[in-house]
Write a protein that binds this ligand. Structure first.
Ligand code: NAD
Ligand code: MN
Length: 359
């Protein structure tokens, strides 16, 4: 029996609530699908920051290095600036393990209502690929003349040939593996004439290696309207760190709720562990109330299983989640009346009823 070493980092707010739900479902699944999970839980996050001044220990990356995958909740607290929590935990892991592809599948699950009129499952089935290592979030910039009238701040977007080419190749490869075989390359090359024209050029170069993938280009502002007005014209999308960050929150909302959307921070070359997380944050407005939607965390777990090579288990987990959604067993963000625990129990029951073949 294969056993996977999983690092669980629930962190802040509803993070622990949804990660605990996900671990419960993974446990039920592993027993049936015939693999083992060796879960190590880390208490990293804002509480640790308040106690010690750091969100994670100095040797944190070394502790994670030997893991098969990282299962992450959310980070952020009302009393700590967001740039401190983000740069203190999530970004060091993404950058330290060169998780340069942030992959965000979005579709409308059965039983879930999109805020778009007349759009149902099948009309919206996207994968957004976000460049996750450079661009606008590379951390380059500075401030001068603090507090003076002539104060200036810069935030420099960094694009390298290696960085853009590798994300473009990964996005074309994802598009190729999907039935539609279609990629939309999103930039802002009318206004940003250096980095974004560079993206367009590299897209054309890489496209030549994927003659079976159809592709088009869209400016990011036009892309927001296309997502709302012509969702079925979109399949796989690739965009910069900032642009895809924004587009994927919109995508999650169009698919019903931020509470269902998963993501993987992937090192496609598999030199390091990849990290899987719901795209939502720590949601302090609902923390501790037992109503956080655990579906994003379940879908995240399915992505993690797929990455580990357990595609059949991932598929049965998604089938169980879809069965539960279709039955209307949902938390309030999706218009339901269930609790986190109620949805979790229903998914575990669905998995037990699924008669997964014992290996
Ligand atoms: P958020 O995603 O935490 O919440 C936005 C809204 O969506 C809230 O109304 C929240 O209640 C709702 N929501 C989110 N997840 C939900 C779920 N699973 N079930 C039901 N409702 C859900 O975003 P925010 O309010 O902008 O940020 C809160 C904190 O989280 C901030 O500190 C922010 O920096 C942090 N954050 C962290 C991450 C991350 O760790 N990857 C991502 C986004 C935001
Ligand atoms: Mn975001």
């Amino acid at each position: 029996m294969r056993t996977y070493r999983i690092a669980a980092i629930p962190a802040d707010g509803i993070g622990p609530e949804v990660i605990d739900a996900g671990l419960e479902v993974l446990d039920a699944l592993a027993a049936r699908a015939g693999f083992g999970l060796d879960v190590t839980r880390y208490d990293w996050g804002s509480d640790r920051y308040r106690r010690t001044g750091a969100l994670m220990p100095a040797d944190g990356l070394d502790q994670l290095r030997g893991m098969d995958a990282i299962y992450f909740g959310a980070v952020g607290a009302p009393d700590i600036p967001d740039h401190v929590t983000l740069w203190g935990l999530r970004l060091p892991i993404c950058q330290g393990f060169d998780q340069y592809a942030n992959v965000r599948p979005t579709r409308i699950l059965p039983g879930v209502t999109s805020p778009l009129r007349d759009v149902g499952p099948g009309d919206l089935d996207w994968v957004i690929v976000r460049e996750n290592s450079e661009g606008e979030y590379a951390g380059h910039g500075g401030r001068a003349h603090r507090g003076l009238p002539e104060e200036v701040a810069t935030e420099t977007a960094i694009f390298t040939r290696r960085g853009v080419e590798r994300i473009m190749r990964h996005a074309f490869a994802i598009a190729r593996a999907r039935p539609a075989k279609h990629l939309t390359v999103v930039t802002k090359s009318n206004a940003q004439r250096h980095g974004m024209v560079f993206w367009d050029e590299i897209a054309a170069l890489v496209a030549a290696d994927f003659p079976d993938v159809a592709w088009d280009k869209e400016l990011v502002d036009a892309m927001t309207t296309r997502m709302v007005r012509r969702p079925a014209s979109i399949d796989t999308v690739v965009a910069t760190n900032l642009h895809a960050d924004i587009l994927s929150d919109l995508a999650a909302a169009l698919a019903g709720s931020l509470g269902i959307a998963p993501t993987g921070n992937i090192d496609p070359e598999r030199r390091f562990p990849s990290m899987f997380e719901p795209i939502h944050g720590s949601a302090f407005d609902i923390t501790g109330r037992g109503i956080a939607n655990p579906v994003a965390s379940f879908w995240t777990a399915a992505m993690m299983l797929e990455h580990l090579g357990e595609a059949a288990a991932a598929a049965s987990l998604m089938a169980a989640v879809e069965q539960v959604c279709a039955a209307g067993i949902m938390t309030p963000d999706l218009g339901g009346t269930e609790t986190t625990a109620g949805v979790t129990r229903a998914v575990v029951d669905a998995l037990r009823g699924a008669n997964a073949p014992a290996r």
